[in-house]
Write a protein that binds this ligand. Structure first.
Ligand code: LLP
Length: 444
C-alpha cells in the first residue's frame, strides 16, 4: 500500500480511485503479492525445522475460485466446511486429495459427495458422524481417511487462553469427559474408516503461542493413549486462529514465532516418548487473506449532531462487513482520494441498511468527508465477503485482485436482477402436497 504525493492511495500498484471508477463501489481489493507472502510466511516458518507439515487454507475466510487457485499455486491444502465450499474448491481445480472437510453437522448428501470425490480427509466431529460416514464408505466400497476433531479444553483468544472451561462447545469429541478416548476406542469397530490423526482448533484472532502449546500437550497425551491401544497416528492438526493486526491495539506475535513455539512443543513431546514426530498441519484463514484485503466505498450523505457525533454514510455496510455488528470488531480507514489531507474531525462510518446497528467504524479521525470521496477500510479480507448478506436486497460487491499495477476481476458485482433470480413467478399454480408425496412414494 502506498500514498502518492497528491494523496492517492495505491494498492498493488493500482490507484484505488481508478479501481473505484472502473469497477464501482463497494469493491473488495486484494493485494495478490501480500496474499502470496502471507502463505510463504507459514512455509518459511515450518521449513526451519526438519518436520513434515501442511498448511491448509481455511476457505471459510474467503471462498472463491480465484483464491483457491492461488493458495493451491502457493502449495497449500484446503479446509472446507460445507458442500458449497467443497463444490467451489473442486470447481476451482483444487486436487481432491488436498481437501479436508470439517463441520459439526455434515449432511448425508455432503458426506456422500465428499466420499464420491475421494477428498483427502474428513475431520469427523461426533459419534453420529463416525457411524454415518462408516456406512457411506461401506456402501461406496471406499476406505475413507479421517481425523478426529478433539475439543481439548483450551480456549484461546487474543492475549488470553483458558486451559479449562471450553468443554461447553458444539465442536468435537470432548477430552475432559472421556469422549475423545471413547472415539479412539470406537475406531476399531469402524473398518471403513482409516484414522490418520487428531485435530484441535482452539480459537480465533490468537496473539501468542501459549494456547497452541497447551493444545499440543493435551493432544500429545491422547496420541500416547492411542499408541497404547495399538494406533499410531501420523498427523497432528492444530487448526487455525493466527491473529492479525486490525488496529493499533492489536499486537500478534509474528507467524514465525508462533509456528516455532508450536512445532518445538510437538517435537519435544514425541522426542520424550522416543517416537517419531507426526506431520504437523495448520489451517490459517484470517492470517492469509485478512491483511491482504481492503474495501473501497463511495461517501454519500453526512449527518452532524453538534456535541454528540458526526456520521458519514457509505454505499455498503453490514451487508458486506457484519463484523462490527456481530463481534464489535474494529477497523482503520482513510480517504483514498485525499490520503494526505489533515484529519480535522472525528467521524463514525455508517452503512446504508435500514438498521441502527449498521455501522462499520465508530469514531475515527478523518479529513471532513465530502460526497463522492472514496473511503478505504483496511484489513477486510477475512470473513467479510464470505459473510456478506442480501439484507435490503443489496447486491454483493465485486472483488478484484491487484498486482504490479494491474487489476483482474475475480468476482463480478451482483445486479438487482441477480438478487431476484430465485424468486418464483407469482402466477405459478399452487401444488397439493398430498399429490407431491403420492408421486414421491410411486418413485420409491
Ligand atoms: N480451522 C477451524 C476448524 C476453524 O473452525 C477455523 C475458524 C479455522 C480453521 C480458521 O480460523 P482463522 O485462522 O481464520 O482464525 N467469523 C469469525 C471467525 C470464525 C472462525 C471460525 N473458525 C470472524 O469474522 O472473526
Amino acid at each position: 500500500m502506498q500514498i502518492s504525493e497528491d494523496g492517492q492511495l495505491y494498492i498493488g500498484g493500482c490507484s484505488t480511485t481508478q479501481l473505484a471508477q472502473t469497477y464501482g463501489t463497494p469493491l473488495f481489493v486484494y493485494d495478490e503479492d501480500l496474499l502470496r507472502a502471507n502463505i510463504q510466511a507459514f512455509h518459511k516458518a515450518f521449513q526451519q525445522f526438519d518436520v513434515d507439515y501442511s498448511v491448509a487454507y481455511a476457505s471459510k475466510a474467503f471462498c472463491t475460485k480465484a483464491i483457491i487457485q492461488l493458495v493451491q499455486e502457493e502449495g497449500c491444502a484446503l479446509d472446507v466446511v460445507s458442500g458449497g465450499e467443497l463444490y467451489t474448491a473442486l470447481a476451482a481445480g483444487m486436487k481432491p486429495e488436498h481437501i479436508h472437510f470439517h463441520g459439526n453437522n455434515k449432511t448425508r448428501d455432503e458426506l456422500e459427495y465428499a466420499v464420491e470425490q475421494s477428498i483427502g480427509t474428513v475431520v469427523v466431529d461426533n459419534f453420529d458422524e463416525l457411524i454415518l460416514l462408516n456406512n457411506i464408505a461401506k456402501a461406496k466400497a471406499k476406505a475413507v481417511r479421517i481425523l478426529l476433531r478433539i475439543s481439548p479444553g483450551v480456549e484461546a483468544h487474543t492475549h488470553e487462553y483458558i486451559a479449562t472451561g471450553q468443554q461447553d462447545s458444539k465442536f468435537g469429541f470432548d477430552l475432559e469427559s472421556g469422549q475423545a478416548h471413547d472415539a479412539i476406542v470406537r475406531l476399531t469397530e469402524l473398518p471403513h474408516l482409516q484414522c490418520i490423526g487428531l485435530h484441535a482448533h482452539i480459537g480465533s484472532q490468537i496473539f501468542d503461542s501459549r494456547g497452541f502449546m497447551e493444545a499440543v500437550s493435551r493432544l500429545g497425551k491422547l496420541f500416547d493413549e492411542a499408541q497404547r491401544l495399538g494406533l499410531d497416528f501420523p498427523v497432528m492438526n492444530l487448526g487455525g486462529g493466527f491473529g492479525i493486526r486490525y488496529t493499533d491495539e492489536d499486537h500478534p506475535i509474528p507467524i514465525v514465532d508462533m509456528i516455532r513455539d508450536t512445532v518445538q512443543a510437538v517435537i519435544q513431546h514425541f522426542a520424550e516418548k522416543g517416537r517419531p514426530c507426526p506431520e504437523i498441519w495448520v489451517e490459517p484463514g484470517r492470517a492469509i487473506v485478512g491483511p491482504a484485503g481492503a474495501t473501497l466505498y463511495t461517501v454519500g450523505s453526512r449527518k452532524q449532531i453538534s456535541g454528540i457525533r458526526n456520521y458519514v454514510s457509505v454505499d455498503g455496510g453490514m451487508v458486506d462487513n457484519p463484523r462490527l455488528a456481530l463481534y464489535g470488531a474494529r477497523y482503520e480507514a482513510l480517504l483514498a482520494n485525499r490520503a494526505n489531507d489533515t484529519d480535522d474531525g472525528i467521524w463514525s462510518v455508517a452503512g446504508k441498511s435500514c438498521e441502527s446497528g449498521d455501522m462499520l467504524i465508530w469514531d475515527i479521525p478523518l479529513p471532513h468527508p465530502q460526497p463522492n470521496d472514496i473511503l478505504c477500510v483496511l484489513s477486510t479480507g477475512a470473513y467479510n465477503y464470505s459473510m456478506a448478506s442480501h439484507y435490503n436486497r443489496i447486491p454483493h460487491p465485486a472483488v478484484v485482485f491487484v498486482r504490479d499495477g494491474k487489476a483482474r476481476k475475480v468476482v463480478r458485482r451482483e445486479t438487482w436482477e441477480d438478487v431476484t433470480r430465485f424468486d418464483c413467478d407469482c402466477d405459478d399454480e399452487p401444488v397439493s402436497l398430498a399429490a407431491v408425496s403420492a408421486s414421491v412414494n410411486d418413485e420409491v
